[in-house]
Design a protein around this ligand. Structure first.
Ligand SMILES: *Cc1c(COP(=O)(O)O)cnc(C)c1O
Length: 396
């Protein structure tokens, strides 16, 4: 089938909960993807940061293949021989002493919410049913009923009521608003250190530090959703490190799966994650040996090759190049590391169309902003080559 036949068949049988750009990816390697006609593109979205290692990283693929010949799934009814090493490595990276493995980012967010509610009741002493969790305006944490219940995106919520109770919304980047919203029933504050889907929104300097202090003073758990920002994307292993703060709970996903498997997790200390007892939470696939083998290799590579430094240096270079572009419709270029948003005063979709036509895959988020988040392994030559297309597409 050619691209247009594939798109037609896909739309014929699939629910229309996505509106993909008109590109079919048939195979990929590193930063480059190919369509069935043999055209090549630079992938500058990286599956929303799930492809920090690029497509089919040879060592991660080898780890997967080797595990495929041993055992792939045990369920948590039994121990498997890889989970302990995955735990140890993730504890090492996060500095936490306990991990709970799941599969998707949304599941990890749900896990963090359950952790906070049970901790609030059994440790903090909030009456069960009264637990409150504070979240931010324009957040993105996933798509489950509970998660969209705390969303402020009307399209994500419409028609999906009744919603889960117990959430309070404050503006992102406003520590004073967080402080005022805390009551005796507040158990946690859930925040993205940089809001990704909202359009790469970087909070004011010092915000996360203030959040850390406010949470500590009020015995409220600070939950950082680093599903998109974690694992080197922003030029640090975790984006919270930009302000040298450590959250009580890390919510992790996307790149944790090495671009191969859905792997997510919550990491926290035992005084928090210890609220779970057998039967209180779980997942058939969570912590499966194939996922653990892939993720373990991915985490080894992250550290060995110093991905945080790569993302920081290449991000600075790429950002400076983007700032060379002279177009009055570009009103802001922002971000950290290789998570960069270019905001336009006008609808960004026509610019995206030009990018794709020129061989650069990217997508607008919230109409006006184009997010660039290429694999961290992108070379300077590839940045320069992609930049030529971007410059051409963005010039007036
Ligand atoms: C993508 C994302 C999620 C949800 O992850 P899924 O794997 O799509 O369920 C949650 N939080 C943030 C910040 C994300 O970017």
């Amino acid at each position: 089938m050619n691209s247009s036949e594939i798109i037609k068949k896909t739309n014929h049988f699939g629910a229309m909960n996505y509106l993909p750009k008109e590109v079919v990816i048939e195979r990929a390697e590193g930063v480059t993807v190919y369509d069935p006609e043999g055209n090549s593109y630079y992938d500058m979205l990286s599956a929303y940061s799930a492809l920090n290692f690029g497509h089919i990283h040879p060592e991660i693929v080898a780890a997967a293949k080797s595990q495929l010949d041993k055992v792939t799934l045990t369920s948590r009814a039994f121990h498997n021989s890889v989970l302990c090493d995955f735990y140890e490595k993730l504890c090492d990276l996060t500095g936490k002493d306990t991990v709970l493995p799941m599969n998707t980012g949304a599941e990890a967010v749900e896990t963090a919410l359950k952790t906070a509610r049970r901790w609030g009741h059994t440790v903090k002493g909030v009456e069960n049913g009264k637990q409150e969790i504070i979240v931010c305006k324009n957040n993105f944490h996933g798509r489950t009923i509970t998660i969209i219940s705390m969303s402020t995106d009307e399209n994500a919520r419409m028609g999906f009521a009744p919603y889960t109770e117990g959430f309070v919304t404050v503006p992102f980047g406003d520590a004073g608003a967080l402080k005022s919203a805390i009551t005796e029933n507040t158990v946690a504050f859930l925040v993205e250190p940089i809001q990704g889907e909202a359009g790469v929104i970087v909070p004011p300097e010092g915000y996360l530090k203030e959040v850390r202090n406010i949470c500590t003073e009020n015995n409220v758990l600070f939950i950082a959703d680093e599903v998109q920002t974690g694992f080197a994307r922003t030029g640090r292993m975790f984006a919270c490190e930009h302000e040298s703060v450590v959250p009580d709970i890390y919510v992790l996903g996307k790149a944790l799966g090495g671009g191969i498997m859905p792997v997510s997790a919550v990491a926290a200390n035992r005084d928090i994650l210890g609220v779970f007892n057998p039967g209180s939470h779980g997942s058939t696939f969570g912590g499966n040996p194939l996922a653990c083998a892939v993720s373990l290799k991915a985490m080894e590579i992250l550290v060995r090759d110093d991905y945080p430094r790569m993302a920081e240096e290449k991000g600075t270079y790429f950002m400076n190049r983007l700032k060379e572009i002279d177009n009055p419709e570009i009103i802001d270029i922002r971000g950290k590391g290789l998570l960069i948003g270019v905001e336009f005063s006008v609808d960004a979709a026509p610019y995206v169309k030009k990018l794709i036509h020129g061989g650069v895959l990217a997508k607008e988020t919230h109409e006006h902003t184009i997010r660039f988040a290429p694999p961290v392994i992108i070379t300077y030559e590839q940045i320069d080559a992609a930049f030529e297309t971007i410059k051409e597409a963005f010039s007036k």
